[in-house]
Design a protein around this ligand. Structure first.
Ligand SMILES: [Ca+2]
Ligand SMILES: [Ca+2]
Length: 72
């Protein structure tokens, strides 16, 4: 049997693009990241420590605000 071009579609799962500041991996930096930073405030939580300085604090909040929006 001959297979015509375009007869089959290849479905490739595509993860949302990740970016610095996106804690939950949903492809955008938004309210979830604010909540994540606040929830981990004062800890060394590696996910919420978006600027990787070893502590979750104001700088991480500012980092999230600077990265606000969809990852590209
Ligand atoms: Ca997110
Ligand atoms: Ca930090």
């Amino acid at each position: 049997m001959q297979v015509a071009a375009g007869m089959f579609h290849t479905i490739v799962p595509v993860a949302p693009p990740d970016c610095d500041g996106n804690i939950n991996g949903d492809g955008e930096v938004g309210v979830d990241e604010i909540l994540g930073v606040v929830a981990a405030w004062g800890t060394d939580d590696a996910d919420a420590d978006v600027n990787d300085d070893g502590i979750v604090d104001t700088n991480d909040l500012l980092f999230v605000l600077a990265a606000w929006g969809p990852c590209s």
